[in-house]
Design a protein around this ligand. Sequence first.
Ligand code: NDP
Length: 252
Amino acid sequence: GRGLLRDKVVMVTGASSGIGAAAGRVFAAEGAAVVLVARREERLRELADEIAAAGGRALAATGDVTREADVERAVAEAVSRFGRLDGAFNNAGYTVAGGLLHETDPEVFEQIMAVNVRGVWNCMRHQIPAMLDSGRPAAIVNTSSVAGVLAAGVSSVYVAAKHAVLGLTRAAASEYGQRGVRVNALVVGSTRTELMDEVLEDTPSLEESFVGRSVQKRMAAPEEIAHSAAWLCSDRASFVTGAAMPVDGGWT
Ligand code: NDP
């Protein structure tokens, strides 16, 4: 095989849409066997078929990252189909538009924390043992956000959740640093995806401020985030761990 991720088996969560779907395509084009995880089975199958038709290797592993049994099964499917797990892009995420903290429904707190925080923790908890078993260098990339570093004008719960993703990333990087598992996070800026469309539909005025905060005065295409994730997953990033890498078009 050839490419940045040749001979790698990489799980991608949130692969049915946006950044995760772009990552499925990009990682496969870089030579990885990709294990696609999300709840919408039909979309995952279409993407897996598209990747296979382009000569890549892909497995649709339908599941909800908030459910431990689903995550455990996806890791087991990766190992049984492709022999091991070398990498993971824990990217599944969810938010609502802003809204003041005191006006936010407690149920929204539970939902946002479940997907963004418990989901990443669940995934790492089951991916890491498989990675340690492989005896090969392994890498995890978690999707944080500019909201993981500052308030960014979105829901307080999302801000807290994406800060937590950086905490989980640093803790795991520290715990597994001597065991061959690197763990990094992407600090993603505004990106054109369904999640962004939903936020802007709810609060159209955010578009101008999101675009304006990038020094490039635009949003990212999902592929631009996916290429950074591919590099962090690859052995080219062998001395990079515990990092929070901005991919934000220069956020000011
Ligand atoms: P999309 O809404 O396009 O994609 C989100 C993905 O997450 C979908 O594939 C969805 O699939 C999946 N997902 C949601 N909940 C679950 C769940 N419980 N279990 C499994 N999969 C789930 O959004 P983006 O591509 O924009 O988001 C990707 C990541 O990037 C998120 O972590 C987001 O917070 C982050 N981000 C996005 C930014 C942006 O501007 N777009 C900026 C900064 C960070 P399904 O519904 O099929 O389960």
